[in-house]
Design a protein around this ligand. Structure first.
Ligand SMILES: *Cc1c(COP(=O)(O)O)cnc(C)c1O
Length: 341
């Protein structure tokens, strides 16, 4: 265990590009709290990071692109699905830093550009579609070929792993946990649970490491956004957390017991929002005036609501919901959202 200020000092030693507004607000959700008649609900507004609609990938981009700059990169290569929030964060952050972004998007090129894809074209990112569903290795090889080609042309490329979920990206969420601890201390209450959407593991890796190294004993629950990956994701999250610990010179052995992932709210497929997620989006919009997204935060909020109903979260608990962003994907899902109304 180390002190918050010691942890902050170690984070501050790492390469970082200043891209977002921090700390993000910690707000309470009084009307949702009342309606669910359960624990006190708080929301950490990671959607308010201020860069390109905001989100957790914007926060991670500070460390990912900081690392790229420290390696003298002039082109960054990011990967994700067609509606990738990471791609948007990197495309925007790269522009702000004067870098070029190449986005490898796994899917068919759609006829109409919408949501994140539209934004990425506004940022002038070079977009390469990789149709079909390549296994992870193919995506990696594809990015490496692009990088090799750039090197032959005297560029310095930097590849950002999927979701910016690697040790450098996860540092951003160690920092977010530290930020939260400070906000909560200033307001004089104690967090019992953190609930957030999990996709590629970097967010949870950072939060779990922060929690462990500060000895905070908060229960951190990741709600899976993609079916069938839970066991693999636990392993990857542990790996990322250990890598982040190394970057911070921490001897903190995060294990799979520290990574609590729930896949009860995931539905049939990543790109298919569940009816519960769509309902949760409307509920939060209409009680708190907050917009969630159909892929990640809608699912995580559906999970939170169910966990309250199941009695897993008690009335004297303080539960912090991490709103990790993703709001541009509301628009490509207009049909599903409209049908629900
Ligand atoms: C990527 C993403 C997540 C999941 O974060 P990981 O670090 O990939 O687990 C959650 N919410 C939104 C909106 C995201 O874009």
């Amino acid at each position: 265990m180390i002190t918050p200020s010691e942890l902050q000092e170690r984070i501050n030693r790492l390469p970082r590009a200043r891209l977002v507004n921090l700390p993000t607000p910690l707000e309470n959700m009084p009307r949702l709290t009342k309606l669910l008649d359960g624990p006190r609900l708080w929301v950490k507004r990671e959607d308010c990071t201020g860069l390109a609609f905001g989100g957790n990938k914007e926060r991670k981009a500070e460390f990912a692109l900081g690392e790229a700059l420290s390696k003298k990169a002039d082109v960054v290569i990011a990967v994700g699905p067609v509606q990738s929030n990471t791609a948007r964060a990197i495309a925007a952050g790269a522009r702000k830093l004067g870098l070029k972004a190449i986005l490898v998007l796994t899917g068919e090129k759609p006829d109409n550009y919408d949501g994140n894809l539209l934004l990425n074209s506004l940022f002038g990112a070079e977009i390469r579609f990789l149709a079909g569903e390549p296994p992870n290795l193919d995506k990696v090889r594809f990015m490496e070929e692009i990088a090799a080609d750039l090197r032959r042309k005297a560029h310095v490329p930097y590849i950002i792993p999927a979701g910016a979920s690697y040790p450098s990206g996860a540092i951003a969420y160690v920092n977010a946990f530290l930020e939260l601890v400070t906000q909560v201390r200033d307001r004089g209450f104690k967090i019992s649970h953190v609930i957030h959407a999990a996709g590629s593991g970097g967010t949870q890796a950072g939060l779990v490491l922060g929690n462990k190294v500060l000895g905070s004993e908060v229960k951190i629950w990741g709600i899976c956004a993609e079916p069938g990956i839970k066991d693999q994701l636990v392993k990857e999250t542990v790996e990322i957390a250990r890598g982040a610990a190394q970057l911070l010179d921490l001897n903190e052995p995060v294990t799979s017991n520290d990574v609590v992932l729930n896949e009860d709210y995931v539905g049939e497929a990543y790109e298919k929002p569940t009816p519960e997620a769509l309902k949760a989006i409307k509920l939060v919009a209409q009680t708190e005036g907050i917009l969630l997204d159909p892929i990640y935060t809608g699912r995580a909020m559906a999970g939170l609501i169910d966990l309250v109903e199941q009695g897993h979260l008690k009335r004297d608990d303080n539960v912090v919901f991490f709103h990790t962003g993703g709001t541009p994907t509301l628009f490509p899902y207009r049909k599903e959202l409209f049908e629900q109304s």
